[in-house]
Design a protein around this ligand. Structure first.
Ligand code: GLV
Ligand code: MN
Ligand code: MN
Length: 425
């Protein structure tokens, strides 16, 4: 039976989803900002649930808003085969990050249903809540809770960085209509037979090598920290230079220390970023008294990543002494790399080979919900080339035919996994 992906419909649904945003138009692409539980996010969720219901798929939501769209198999008591990704987008992002995995997954399920196949296992498309850390300071919130990687009690206390003083995940999710206990979001290992996420590459390799798809064999390990630097504020004219304990000058040294030590590993896989910097009191004529930095540090090797942060801490001690400031480090998360399951990777390779699709295996340097899904299921990811590797920008672009091809390979893989009697792992 033939699996036919409706490329035109998939592209038009991606375009429609991209209109559910609250952002200034960009000159160089489709700018999307869709912060979790914002009005746009809730509109996008209800539009997606409408598409699923129209197709006759059932819909379930958990206490953090993870949404499970299910096509029942002929043996529904067997663990389902799952796919999915996210629809939240960082400020001024593009329209493909996460969304191709959700809408591509939906189209893969619809194509399987249209083909008339009767599959043994159910197939579930999972929309995972807040893969991006924009609102609560930690990425992959939905998949962390679902896989048991985050303590539900700690999660409910996470500060809502975009909300009013005192607002937390608990208040934000309840306001969005997700009221149950977070502990109930947890799914046991073995709940899913297998998991495959379709995603844009967010790097340049596939396009550069003129390949149509990537098969991810491992996902780099991210860590994030918050550094609060406190010095001495005062009048920008009156506070004399020798008397200053300028928190922003100290923060600048911390940022450069991080860059220096990440570069010093000599490894292409070590990457470090300070993406936010809050300066208090934030007035041009006031010496900064306090600065809060958020640090994102990643590597494919855990020990090398730890080496960078250790070296930054030595510099921190020296900066504190020399400048008379205090630097407080808070660990937000430090995750381990994940490996794809060899049988799922082998299946994806087999499908690409049979269809003469040029592909390569690769590491994912970006993190994904699959990092956490790997804790409860055998996983793999399919990467789609994206133009010049650009992502997290309005000019992010993936070709419709590549997205459709990715959805096709996904559908083939879901069909074969859903026909299996045993475990894929
Ligand atoms: C995901 O968006 C990441 O930052 O890798
Ligand atoms: Mn992203
Ligand atoms: Mn993503």
């Amino acid at each position: 039976m033939q699996i036919l992906i409706d490329e035109a419909r998939l592209s038009s649904e991606l375009e429609t989803l991209a209109t559910l945003t609250h952002v200034e138009p960009a000159a160089n692409g489709t700018a999307v900002t869709r912060v979790v539980f914002s009005e746009d996010d809730l509109k996008a969720r209800s539009w997606l649930k409408g598409l699923a219901s129209k197709e006759g798929f059932s819909v379930r939501e958990d206490a953090v808003g993870n949404t499970f769209i299910r096509w029942e198999g002929t043996e529904p008591e067997l663990p389902a085969v799952a796919t999915g990704s996210h629809i939240d987008a960082i400020p001024h992002a593009g329209m493909y990050d996460g969304t191709v995995g959700v809408l591509g997954g939906l189209e893969a399920m619809r194509a399987l249903k249209r083909s008339g196949m009767k599959l043994r296992r159910s197939i579930e498309l999972v929309l995972l809540t807040s893969e991006e850390p924009t609102r609560f300071g930690i990425g992959c919130l939905g998949s962390r809770l679902l896989s048991g990687a985050l303590d539900p009690a700690r999660a409910d206390d996470l500060k809502d960085l975009t909300g009013e003083e005192g607002s937390t995940l608990a208040t934000a999710r309840k306001a969005a209509g997700f009221t149950g206990p977070l502990a109930a979001t947890r799914l046991p290992a073995g709940h899913y037979h297998s998991w495959i996420e379709l995603h844009i590459e967010q790097g340049p390799l596939l396009e550069r090598e003129e390949l149509r798809l990537g098969i991810v064999t491992s996902i780099a390990a991210p860590a994030s920290y918050r550094y609060t630097i406190e010095g001495l504020g005062g009048h920008a004219g009156a506070l004399l230079m020798p008397d200053r304990k300028d928190a922003l000058c100290a923060a600048a040294e911390m940022i450069l220390s991080l860059e220096k030590h990440a570069l010093a590993t000599g490894a292409i896989d070590t990457v470090a970023t300070v993406g936010t910097c809050e300066v208090y009191p934030g007035a041009v004529n006031s010496v900064p008294s306090k600065v809060v930095l958020q640090i994102d540090l990643r590597d494919t090797e855990l020990e090398r990543r730890e080496g960078v942060i250790r070296a930054v801490r030595w510099d921190r001690d020296e900066i504190q002494r020399r400048r008379g400031v205090t630097v407080c480090e808070e660990l937000i998360n430090a995750d381990s790399p994940a490996q794809s399951a060899p049988p799922v990777v082998a299946l994806l390779k087999e499908i690409c080979t049979e269809s003469a699709t040029p592909y390569r295996t690769m590491v994912s340097r970006a993190y994904h919900d699959s990092l956490f899904m790997a804790r409860i299921a055998p996983v793999a990811m399919i990467f789609i080339p994206c133009h010049q590797g650009v992502s997290h920008r309005p000019d992010e672009y993936a070709k419709p035919e590549d997205i459709a091809l990715g959805a096709h390979v996904l559908a083939e893989a879901l069909a074969r996994l859903a026909s299996e009697p045993g475990s894929a792992g």
